[in-house]
Design a protein around this ligand. Structure first.
Ligand code: SAH
Length: 499
C-alpha cells in the first residue's frame, strides 16, 4: 500500500505541495464549514431571540390595553372638567358615561387576559438579545421580524380537539404543534367569572385585576405585569384593531360584513366544487392572511380541507382562543366601540355590548383537516413540498399586504394544482405604501390592471370578475362608513408557468 505522501512524491515534483495545499484546503474548508455552521446557529438563535422579543412586545401590548384605554378616558375627563359649570349642566350624564366606560374597559381587559392565559407560546419567551446587541443587531435583516411580528411557520389543527389532522399538519411544516396543556391555565378556571362580565371584574383605574393574574403565574411567567415592557401606543392601537376584527369574524353584528365579503367567496367555492362530498378526499383550500379564522372555518364547514395561514401573533393569539377555547355561543361580552367618541348616534350605541362568538366553532360542522398555520405566506408556502398541493386558494383583503405583490401571485400559482382556482376579494390598499420614515421599505404598488396582467403571466385565466362594495371592521352604527369597491375574481391556473 502506498501512503499518500509516497504516491504524491512519485507523481510530480509538485505533488507534495499539492497535497499540502489540498490538506490545507480541506482544513480550511472544514474550518469554513465550522464557521458557517456557527454563523447559521447564531443567526438562528438571533432570529429566535428577535421573535421572542417581538412576541413579548405583542403580549405587552395586549396587557397594556387597560392602561392605555384608561389614559384616553382620563384625557376625556380632563376635557370635561374644563367645561364651565353652565356647559357641564347641559351634559349632566357625562360623568356617568365615564364610569360606564371604565366598566367596559374592565370587561374588555378581562377577556384579553383570559385569552392570554390560554395562549401557549410556541417559543421560549425568556430568551433575550444579550450578546447580540452589538454589530449583529445593527446589520440584521430581521429587524422586520420585530416590526412586523413575523414568525416562523408553525402549523396546528385549528381546533385542537380535532386531533386527526395533527399528523398532516406536522408533516406539512415539520414544526412543533402547540398542544393544549390540560393542566395549564385555562379560561375554564374563570369561565364563570368571564361569562358574567359585571362589577366583580372592575379593575381599579382600568388595570387588570392581578389577583386573577397571580392564580396561574407558575407556568405563565410572561404574564407577570412586572416583566412587561413598555410598548408604544401604536401597538396598543393594534389591540383595538383586533377587537374590531373580532366583531367582523365572530359576532352577530359582523354578519352583514361577512355576507358582503365571505359569502360571495363561499358561494363561488360551492359552485366550483359541486361534487366535493362524493370525492374520497375533499378538495383542499388555503386561506393566506386568514385573520381571525372565520372564513377558513366556514370553508371547512362547506366541505373542504381548509387551512388558514396567518403571520401576526396578534391575530393568532386571538383566533386560537376563539377556535379552541370557546365553549358555547355568546360566551363572552366585549365592548368594541368604546374607544372612539366620534360619529356616535348615541352613547348607548358607543357603549353597547357585543357577544362573542356568535357560533360555537367546535360544533360548527368542520371538515377533518381544518388547520391554522402561522408564518409568512411567501416563506412557508414556497417550500418545495407545497408545490401543486392546493385545489383552491382564497385571498380576502390580503394581496395588498405584500411588499411585492408579484411574489404573492407567483407563490399562489406555484402552490395551486393545474386547474386549481384562486378566488380573491379585496382592495389594493397597499400596506407598505406611504410608510413614512421607512424609505427603504419595498412596496410594489400595481394597479388592478397590472395585477391581472401579472397573474396571466403565471398561468391564470380569469373566469369571473366583478366589483363588490363592502366595509371592513366598520362599526355598523357609526355615522362614518368607509366603503371599499373591492375586486372579486375567480382565476384558474391553466397550466404550469413558463416564466
Ligand atoms: N382575511 C381576513 C384578514 C384580512 S387583513 C379578513 O378578511 O378579515 C390581512 C391579514 O393578512 C392580516 O391578518 C395580516 O396579519 C395577514 N398578513 C399580512 N401579511 C402576511 C403574510 N406575509 N403572511 C401571512 N399573513 C399575512
Amino acid at each position: 500500500m502506498i501512503s499518500s505522501s509516497e504516491m504524491t512524491e512519485t507523481t510530480t515534483a509538485q505533488a507534495p505541495e499539492t497535497v499540502t495545499a489540498v490538506a490545507t484546503e480541506t482544513e480550511m474548508s472544514r474550518e469554513r464549514d465550522g464557521e458557517e455552521e456557527e454563523k447559521i446557529r447564531r443567526q438562528k438563535k438571533l432570529e429566535e431571540a428577535l421573535e421572542a422579543k417581538s412576541l413579548r412586545r405583542i403580549i405587552s401590548a395586549y396587557l397594556n390595553y387597560p392602561e392605555a384605554a384608561e389614559e384616553d378616558l382620563k384625557k376625556w375627563e380632563r376635557s370635561y372638567r374644563k367645561l364651565s359649570p353652565a356647559h357641564k349642566a347641559l351634559v349632566p350624564h357625562y360623568a356617568l358615561k365615564f364610569q360606564r366606560l371604565r366598566r367596559c374597559i374592565s370587561t374588555n381587559s378581562y377577556f384579553i387576559f383570559n385569552m392570554l392565559q390560554a395562549f401557549e407560546p410556541p417559543i421560549d419567551l425568556s430568551q433575550d438579545l444579550d450578546g447580540y446587541e452589538d454589530s449583529n443587531l445593527d446589520c440584521a435583516p430581521h429587524e422586520k421580524y420585530v416590526l412586523d411580528e413575523r414568525h416562523d411557520s408553525s402549523c396546528q389543527p385549528a381546533l385542537t380537539n380535532n386531533s386527526t389532522h395533527e399528523e398532516e399538519s406536522k408533516s406539512l411544516h415539520d414544526s412543533e404543534l402547540q398542544k393544549k396543556d390540560t393542566n395549564g391555565p385555562s379560561p375554564n378556571n374563570y369561565s364563570e367569572d368571564a361569562r358574567n362580565n359585571d362589577d366583580r371584574y372592575d379593575c381599579d383605574g382600568g388595570h387588570l385585576n392581578h389577583d386573577h393574574a397571580n392564580a396561574s403565574l407558575s407556568s405563565h411567567d410572561w404574564l407577570d405585569p412586572s416583566l412587561q415592557t413598555h410598548v408604544p401606543l401604536v401597538d396598543v392601537d393594534k389591540v383595538r384593531c383586533i377587537i374590531r376584527n373580532i366583531v367582523r369574524d365572530w359576532a352577530a353584528e359582523g354578519q352583514r360584513e361577512r355576507d358582503q365579503c365571505y359569502k360571495p367567496i363561499l358561494e363561488e367555492l360551492d359552485s366550483l366544487f359541486p361534487d366535493r362530498q362524493k370525492q374520497s378526499t375533499p378538495p383542499s383550500c388555503l386561506v393566506p392572511g386568514a385573520g381571525l379564522g372565520r372564513l377558513a372555518l366556514e370553508i371547512s364547514c362547506l366541505g373542504f380541507i381548509s387551512q388558514g395561514n396567518e403571520f401576526s401573533y396578534y391575530m393568532m393569539i386571538c383566533s386560537s382562543f376563539i377556535l379552541n377555547y370557546a365553549q358555547v355561543p355568546n360566551e363572552w361580552t366585549i365592548y368594541p366601540w368604546i374607544h372612539s367618541n366620534c360619529n356616535s348616534l348615541s352613547d348607548n350605541d358607543q357603549l353597547r355590548p357585543v357577544s362573542i362568538p356568535d357560533i360555537h366553532p367546535a360544533s360548527a360542522g368542520i371538515t377533518e383537516g381544518f388547520s391554522m398555520c402561522g408564518g409568512d405566506f411567501v416563506e412557508v408556502y414556497n417550500e418545495s413540498c407545497q408545490a401543486g398541493m392546493w385545489d383552491a386558494v382564497v385571498t380576502c383583503f390580503f394581496i395588498d399586504t405584500a411588499h411585492n405583490i408579484i411574489e404573492y401571485i407567483e407563490t399562489i400559482s406555484k402552490i395551486l394544482k393545474d386547474g386549481g382556482v384562486w378566488i380573491n376579494l379585496g382592495p389594493l390598499l397597499y400596506h407598505f405604501a406611504d410608510t413614512y420614515g421607512h424609505d427603504n421599505e419595498m412596496s410594489i404598488e400595481l394597479s388592478l390592471e397590472d395585477v391581472k396582467r401579472v397573474a396571466s403571466q403565471y398561468g391564470f385565466e380569469i373566469e369571473k370578475e366583478r366589483t363588490i362594495e363592502t366595509t371592513y371592521t366598520t362599526n355598523p352604527r357609526s355615522m362614518m362608513q368607509n366603503r371599499y369597491y373591492t375586486a372579486f375574481w375567480t382565476m384558474r391556473k391553466k397550466c404550469a408557468i413558463t416564466t
